[in-house]
Design a binder for this molecule. Structure first.
Ligand code: FES
Length: 155
């Protein structure tokens, strides 16, 4: 369920553009996500209805590729590594600090969709543990206070 009203007419130009290209599922989904920030259920239904691509194929692709989101995401993406090295060096405290500061839970977003918090597992830089990424920027050897400060500086 989407629960959000979206203007599905915005998808028409995308479907028009890829009308002649069979199998253009990925670019259609990419462009749709560019519009809404994620792939709302209503948009998926609309794509299926107008393109003839089955809904199961659309969801198959959308769930296979990590680039696609089926839920709305915050403006900023905070990722905290909870691989073994980061875990023993304090990742749970980072998670706690971000959850407390922004009124969200790991795997979710705050009520205003400013921030989304994701837990990831080993980014391959264990020497910098614990690590967080904020909008793709790496913060190594971070502490709860410094991470919260770095996030505050975003706006
Ligand atoms: S465990 Fe976090 S970078 Fe390896």
């Amino acid at each position: 369920m989407s629960g959000n009203d979206i203007d599905v007419a915005l998808i028409d130009p995308i479907l028009q553009e890829f009308k002649e290209q069979k199998g253009a599922v990925i670019p259609i989904l990419q462009r749709t996500q560019d519009i809404y920030g994620y792939l709302p259920e209503d948009a998926m239904q609309e794509i299926s209805k107008k393109s003839g691509i089955s809904i199961s194929q659309l969801y198959g692709v959308a769930t296979f590729y990590a680039q696609f989101n089926l839920e709305p995401r915050g403006r900023h993406l905070i990722q905290i590594c909870d691989g073994t090295a980061c875990h023993v060096r304090g990742a749970p405290k980072l998670v706690e600090a971000v959850e407390g500061q922004y009124n969200l839970e790991a795997g979710g977003s705050d009520p205003d969709f400013q921030y989304t918090l994701e837990i990831v597992y080993c980014l391959g830089s264990c020497g910098l543990a614990p690590i967080a990424l904020v909008d793709g920027q790496v913060y190594g050897n971070t502490t709860p206070d410094s991470l919260v400060e770095n996030i505050k500086e975003l706006d």
